[in-house]
Design a protein around this ligand. Structure first.
Ligand code: CA
Length: 231
């Protein structure tokens, strides 16, 4: 069985070091990040089985970091390390989609038990396959199998159309500028103008929103596009 990977975000080096030693002893792969930016970079560099996130960080707070992570990633389990008595952090953390929290100073055994419990839960969710689908209304996109379903119909997309839709779905509810979309879907070295985005949005709409009462792809005039559930 492959080792589970845990990202430890903790600015206090001594605590981070102890966490790393204990977690490695338990058989996990561990990487440490000491501040929010470092953490974001490491977070994006690979897939993590779990993130251990200290709330009190210099610069970007753990709560802010959690918000960024949850923007496109509803699933990776996040356990917060909160200061004793800091009810506000716990509440906003859980509201933002943290899975659990442990209050500092913590007992290592308790933390390890929480980690095991959260990993177990996420394994169960993964095995049921539900987590592979991103949904908006009756539109579902599966990143792994690259399937797209609207209502009861499978929709065939070209690879580029799929990547575009996936990017829009992962950033649902956010207005995305053409340049942003171009960078994310076509890559930074794409040489050309943003009209290609409009062209592909048109292709997507034909396949996804045509004949539908409630379109999911919305034009935000003068800015770009947004995917959201029609109300
Ligand atoms: Ca700290």
């Amino acid at each position: 069985m492959t080792k589970r990977s845990i990202l430890v975000v903790e600015d206090e080096e001594k605590i981070a070091r102890v966490l790393q030693l204990e977690l490695e002893y338990e058989g996990y792969n561990v990487e440490k990040a000491f501040d929010g930016n470092d953490a974001l970079e490491k977070y994006r560099s690979q897939k993590w089985d779990l993130i251990l996130l200290d709330v009190m960080l210099p610069g970007m707070s753990g709560i802010e970091l959690l918000r960024k992570i949850r923007n496109n990633d509803p699933l990776t389990p996040v356990i917060l390390l909160t200061a004793r008595g800091s009810v506000a952090d716990k509440v906003s953390g859980l509201d933002l989609g943290a899975n659990d929290y442990v209050t500092k100073p913590f007992e290592m055994e308790e933390l390890l038990a929480r980690i095991r419990a959260n990993l177990r839960l996420s394994l169960i969710q993964n095995e049921t396959g539900e987590s592979d689908w991103i949904k908006i209304g009756d539109l579902k996109v599966n990143e792994k199998s690259r399937e797209v379903i609207r209502g009861n119909h499978t929709i065939e997309l070209t690879p580029r159309e799929f990547d575009l839709l996936l990017y829009l779905m992962k950033n649902r509810g956010q207005v995305l500028q053409r340049e942003q979309i171009l960078d994310a879907v076509w890559g930074y070295d794409f040489y050309g103008d943003t009209n290609v985005v409009d062209v592909y949005i048109r292709y997507l709409r034909r396949k996804i929103d045509a004949d539908q009462q409630l379109p999911v792809i919305h034009t935000v005039r003068g800015v770009g596009y947004m995917v959201k559930e029609a109300k």
